[in-house]
Design a protein around this ligand. Structure first.
Ligand code: GRF
Length: 206
């Protein structure tokens, strides 16, 4: 029987712990998606080793070698299409995407952000959450739109912020939830259960 698992491309720039969570989920043959390609814009990162260990093909496309963001994104797009990718996951991918790329993969590309969006878009989310004195923090998986850390929300997980927390302890508590949230969100998308209405993603029952 032909596999109906959705083919996923994961874009990374660093240690790849979220990539690992996705690889682990996809190791179950009953999971509705499989990772068919990992692309890093940075050579030598640990995420590439994780891909190799899982037997998943990877590519390094260094953004520095391209004259423009559009040219870099076009190269990624070409590689993703050549591999038959149907869903793109951004997992610690530290590059802004061009509008064209975001539009080309609209409703088929998700990102994980280490905060409860729409709070704390951008960088240093844990530091800013501590500074703001919020009592709940967390992570969000959302569909990618041309605007940074925007787009319909698929899954969120919250954690308490403790009086004793520093940036590292809070980051670790959130990361644990990221590793649960990302496979959950990928499953929803791969099963075709996400219906986008304006800014909202409606989730159909299984
Ligand atoms: C995660 O905290 C993710 O939410 C953010 O970047 C970090 C990447 O970590 N976008 P890793 O490379 O997945 O370990």
């Amino acid at each position: 029987m032909m596999s109906t698992r959705k083919k996923v491309g994961v874009l990374v720039s660093g240690r790849g712990s979220n990539l690992q969570a996705l690889l682990d989920a996809c190791a179950d043959p009953a999971f509705p998606a499989e990772i068919a390609l990992v692309i890093s814009n940075v050579p030598g990162v640990y995420a590439l080793e994780r891909a190799a260990k899982a037997g998943v093909p990877s590519l390094v496309i260094p953004h520095k070698g391209f004259p423009s963001r559009d040219a870099f994104d076009a190269e990624m797009d070409k590689a993703l299409r050549a591999a038959g990718i149907e869903i793109v996951c951004l997992a610690g991918f530290m590059r802004l995407l061009s509008t064209g790329f975001a539009q080309a993969w609209r409703d088929r590309m998700i990102n994980i952000h280490p905060a409860l969006l729409p709070s704390f878009k951008g960088l240093h989310t844990h530091r800013r959450a501590l500074e703001a004195g919020v009592k709940l923090h967390g992570c969000t998986v959302h569909l990618v739109t041309p605007e940074l850390d925007d787009g319909p929300i698929l899954v969120q997980k919250a954690v308490p912020v403790l009086a004793s927390d520093d940036e590292d302890s809070l980051a670790a508590r959130v990361l644990e939830q990221e590793h649960k949230a990302y496979p959950e969100a990928l499953r929803l998308l791969a099963e075709g259960r996400v219906l986008v209405e304006g800014n909202r993603a409606l989730i159909r029952d299984a």
